[in-house]
Design a protein around this ligand. Structure first.
Ligand code: ZN
Length: 308
């Protein structure tokens, strides 16, 4: 019953995305959002902003033996740095070298790649521009019908390897236990504040509406070092920054036939709770994965935009 009503709501709001007027920022539609979402969004994402100084790329903080000479070139370089590189450097402790991001392991993520690329090529070799294109939009849940709309699905994997770990042993050293709506889960310690924040919001939702509790039963889990089904790419679950809710009530694009038809049962209030805590939702993707939520602070940082 609950599920059916959400399907109806989702169908009714079809087309809301067409109202987006500012594609350069995370779109919001507070007038149509549930009352729980508006106050929570004011500080979204609650975990990333306080953690680091707003405009302090890690390059600027790097000590240099050359004294005064180290400050001014860094400042001059920052002025010309593409915002995507600046933003990824800020959130993932990387440095910028020309038109590329350099991780602490020395791996590079380019700003962009030449020529037209397929979706798989963009997923396999994600550039800094890919991470933010198309922009992720919050607001009313709506069917995704544009085959090019997978906002927040592109991951700069070398960056993730550097901060979370590149092997099971490395990632597992960073995992911590978190209470998540009454269940113990393991997530990467960097993502712990975000998981704790969303858990508190979700627990409040369940307290007000017991029917929502079923979304936290039979969950698909958090940490699991594995490739994405049908690919060689590491899943976000490999890094302990993603969670899958109740698998039995979720929808996944790979279970469709040749033609994808977006479907979803996840309630708006749960989506809002996650997004306002810095998590992207797989239900915003044409290649939908509705049980999947993934902590991506850079996607929600208001400073991560051309004029940020
Ligand atoms: Zn998942």
């Amino acid at each position: 019953m609950q599920a059916l009503s959400w399907l109806v709501v989702a169908a009714l709001v079809t087309g809301c995305k067409a109202a987006e007027s500012r594609p350069d920022e995370v779109a919001r539609a507070p007038s149509a959002a549930p009352s729980t979402s508006a106050p929570a969004r004011a500080d979204a994402p609650s975990t990333s902003a306080p953690a680091r100084k707003a405009d302090a790329p890690s390059t600027a903080a790097t000590p240099s033996p050359s004294g005064a000479a180290a400050v001014s070139p860094s400042a001059r370089a920052d002025a010309g740095v593409a915002w995507q590189l600046r933003c990824l450097a800020k959130h993932y402790d990387a440095t910028v070298d020309g038109d590329a991001l350099v991780t602490s392991r020395g791996e590079r993520v380019p700003l962009r790649a030449p020529g037209a690329r397929t979706l798989d090529e963009r997923l396999d070799s994600t550039t800094a521009e890919d991470v933010f294109a198309p922009r992720y939009s919050v607001g009313p849940v709506a069917p995704v019908t544009d085959p090019g709309a997978d906002p927040g699905r592109f991951r700069p994997t070398p960056v993730f390897r550097a901060v979370y770990g590149g092997t099971p042993a490395e990632v597992e050293r960073g995992l911590v236990a978190v209470d998540f709506v009454g269940k113990k889960i393991r997530v990467h310690r960097r993502a712990r504040p975000a998981f704790e924040a969303v858990s508190a919001k979700l627990a409040a939702l369940v307290a007000a509406d017991a029917s929502l509790a079923s979304w936290f039963e039979g969950m698909g889990g958090t940490y699991n070092f594995r490739p994405i089904a049908g690919t060689d790419r590491l899943s976000a679950h490999s890094f302990g920054v993603a969670i899958d809710l109740a698998t039995a009530r979720s929808h996944y694009w790979r279970n469709d036939g040749a033609k994808l038809v977006w479907k979803n049962l996840v309630p708006q209030s749960i989506v809002d709770a996650f997004e306002s805590s810095g998590f992207v939702w797989g239900g915003r993707w044409y290649h939908y994965d509705t049980m999947h939520f993934e902590w991506r602070p850079e996607i929600f940082d208001p400073a991560c935009r051309p004029d940020g």
